[in-house]
Design a protein around this ligand. Structure first.
Ligand SMILES: Cc1cc2nc3c(=O)[nH]c(=O)nc-3n(C[C@H](O)[C@H](O)[C@H](O)COP(=O)(O)OP(=O)(O)OC[C@H]3O[C@@H](n4cnc5c(N)ncnc54)[C@H](O)[C@@H]3O)c2cc1C
Length: 263
């Protein structure tokens, strides 16, 4: 039934879909209410697989989950900054990823965490790196009839120190103009990897990784992110403005995690 194109749409929190319907941009004949399904919002930790979040977990459930707070505090930090408390109670992580809006907070963080999405359709279940799932603005690798059923952030070797910086040009409840995730991975006390993910600026998150982090290397990473990002100019800022933001916020986020990782 779900493979009937725009005629039939799944609805989760409805926070994005109902706006599109009210604006007349979509006119589905049938909505399939996924909120009626039970037991599809769990958030679990497995020492081998990592943290698995089922699609119907709300952004608020992700933000407040003891599992996420313990193993992926940077994701809790980012989800806490999504919209406002009313939206966070309705919107789901599956709906957020499936919607494919580049101006979102969770996708960039999850890409930095190497997350994998689970997609289920009539032909079964497949998994895909989130980085490959997010194709562009409002474009994902979902095939007709497929649903996002879970997202998993795999376990990492060592310990992660992370920070998420959201920048809006209006109130703090607005969608991000830029969302920057910085991560440093430690083996014991030794930093072995740095990651910088730039979300909400280009059509899909940009991820940069460095295997030999040092203070100087991190500075260079922020510059490279600003050069490599493909900013979409809009009412929130010109391409030049957004590139500048990436340089400044990238540097700031990396410096903060470096200070925490190597005091
Ligand atoms: C006022 C406002 C402010 C916002 N601010 C932010 C912000 O600051 N940061 C941020 O990240 N986001 C923000 N958002 C976006 C919000 O996070 C998304 O609307 C939400 O995550 C979408 O989730 P949902 O469950 O409501 O999806 P829905 O609206 O139910 O669905 C969205 C789309 O995904 C499809 N869909 C839903 N669930 C699935 C599934 N499991 N599998 C396949 N397809 C599915 C639907 O058919 C629809 O096309 C804001 C939204 C509003 C209205």
């Amino acid at each position: 039934m779900l493979d009937a194109g725009d005629e039939v749409r799944p609805i989760s929190g409805g926070t994005a879909l109902l706006i599109l319907i009210k604006q007349g941009l979509l006119r589905p004949r049938t909505l399939v209410n996924l909120k009626k399904l039970e037991g599809v919002n769990s958030i679990t930790w497995d020492p081998t697989a990592g943290v698995r979040i089922e699609a119907m977990a709300t952004i608020h459930e992700v933000e407040t989950s003891p599992v996420v707070r313990e193993h992926l505090p940077v994701l809790a930090q980012a989800c806490h900054q999504v919209a406002n408390i009313r939206i966070r109670h309705l919107a789901t992580i599956g709906g957020n990823l499936a919607h494919g809006d580049h101006q979102s907070d969770p996708p960039g963080v999850l890409v930095a965490l190497d997350a994998v999405v689970e997609l289920t359709g009539a032909r079964g279940t497949r998994t895909l790196k989130l980085e490959d799932f997010l194709v562009g603005t409002y474009e994902t690798a979902l095939e007709p009839g497929e649903m996002v059923t879970a997202v998993t952030a795999p376990r990492v070797q060592g310990r992660l120190v992370g920070s998420y910086l959201k920048f809006t040009t209006g109130s703090s409840e607005e969608r991000p103009c830029a969302g920057i995730t910085a991560l440093v991975r430690l083996h014991g006390n030794l930093p072995v990897e740095a990651r910088l993910a730039v979300g909400a600026v280009g059509p899909r998150p940009l991820l940069l990784c460095r295997a030999d982090p040092s203070e100087a290397a991190l500075e260079e990473m922020a510059g490279r992110a600003a050069d490599d990002v493909d900013p979409i100019p809009d009412l929130r800022g010109s391409a030049e403005y957004k590139r500048h933001l990436v340089r400044v916020l990238g540097r700031r986020a990396l410096a903060a995690v470096w200070k925490e990782a190597c005091p």
